[in-house]
Write a protein that binds this ligand. Sequence first.
Ligand code: ATP
Ligand code: RIB
Length: 313
Amino acid sequence: MNNNHKQLVVLGSINVDHLLNVHKFPQAGETVTGTHYQLAFGGKGANQAVAASRSGANTQFLACLGSDAIAQDILAQFVQDGMNTEAVCQIPEQNTGVALIFVNNQAENCIGIYAGANASLSPQYVAQHAEKIRCADALLLQLETPLESLIDAVKIAKAANTIVVLNPAPAQKLPEDFLQQIDLITPNETEASALTGIQVYDLQSAEQAAQHLHQQGVGMVIITLGEQGIWLSQQGQGQHIPAFKVHAVDTTGAGDTFNGALMTALLEDQNLLDASYFASAAAALAVTHAGAQPSIPWRVQIDEFLEELKEQD
Ligand code: ATP
Ligand code: RIB
């Protein structure tokens, strides 16, 4: 049941994930035999929208699907997840986006994507749905759909005082005037390195990268550091929040779960620190199961996990 009246719009990608578990990633020219194969719904935009909706946010999703058979199954799943899908558009004669994912014995992943219908999330599509962005309390974006459309969406949001949160994944450099308009940015180590030119691998380098992002005009920065947790920095004041200790089997979608759950907590008026704690709990639960969307927890599971931790204290 959704008690939160604030509105989140997630704009982003939808992928069909083909997951292959391998002992180690293949080298160039090498063939490796997988130990397990799974087809699962994914895509950074969809994962984040699902994570927000399952954790309790009123979530409207702006995205493009293909016209293949699996598109209907994905749409049906979104509805079961409680999302508003009225703006999700099916592109004729296109495949739904695809991700080919290796997961190794350390629960790390290595991903190749084909945009498919995600490439059709055009500035025209954004213009068509501008009112939804204007009416939203927050807009959550990633980088798996065309940048020109994201730039338009951010302009619309800023003009309407809609808070803009960017998960800058997959890693790429971004125009300065685009970054300046972002209220909160949530890169992982690789993405923070690509954005700032500072190699991020520990707390000290994360702090430096966060300062760099502040200088570029972003007021709030969260750098996710996998099992090391996060570096949270607001207006130049940084702090470390360790990750919860769990047995990780697949980290695919951990960052997406973190971002979706973070939005839920922020739209419930939790402060950034408390919201990050809630999001870290959701992400910790996600890494204990395989696949992106199959591993995203529901609100009741996050609350139970946090309650159990309180009882252990
Ligand atoms: P992905 O691209 O695989 O979805 P990501 O690289 O964007 O993930 P990470 O920094 O790996 O994101 O993880 C996001 C958050 O998930 C971390 O900040 C942490 O809170 C949680 N997390 C990730 N890995 C673990 C782990 N092994 N144990 C506990 N929590 C984890
Ligand atoms: O962040 C995880 C996601 O990245 C996967 O679901 C895959 O689709 C890729 O987009």
